[in-house]
Design a protein around this ligand. Structure first.
Ligand SMILES: [Zn+2]
Length: 102
C-alpha cells in the first residue's frame, strides 16, 4: 500500500523552477490501433516458423504471462502556473492512494 500527498514539489521544465503541483493518477491508457515498429519487425521475423498457435496448444492464461503481482502507477503532476504536465517516475504498488495534505 503506497500513499502519496496530493500536492508535491517538483521541477517544472517550462518555468525552469521548482513549484508545488497537483498529483493526478492516470488511469487506463488504451493502446491505439495497429502495431508499433518492434511488433511489426517481430511479426515479420517469425514468418514461416511454428504453427501460428492454431493447433495442439492451449492459449497461455493471462495470469501466467507475467510474474509480477504489482502494477506500475502512472502519476502526472500539473504545474499551477503554466499547466505543463510532468510525469513522475513510476512507483510499483498493489494498492495506491492519494491523500489530501492539510
Ligand atoms: Zn510551469
Amino acid at each position: 500500500m503506497a500513499r502519496l500527498p496530493d500536492k508535491i514539489s517538483f521541477y517544472c521544465k517550462k518555468c525552469t523552477t521548482h513549484r508545488v503541483g497537483k498529483v493526478k493518477q492516470e488511469k487506463g491508457g488504451r493502446r491505439s490501433g495497429g502495431l508499433n515498429w518492434s511488433h511489426r519487425r517481430m511479426k515479420h521475423r517469425r514468418r514461416g516458423h511454428g504453427n501460428l498457435g492454431r493447433y495442439s496448444k492451449k492459449p497461455v492464461a493471462q495470469t501466467k504471462m507475467s510474474s509480477k503481482t504489482s502494477k506500475k502507477i502512472d502519476l502526472r503532476i500539473t504545474c499551477p502556473e503554466c499547466g505543463k504536465i510532468a510525469v513522475m517516475n513510476k512507483p510499483r504498488a498493489k494498492r495506491f492512494e492519494i491523500f489530501r495534505k492539510l
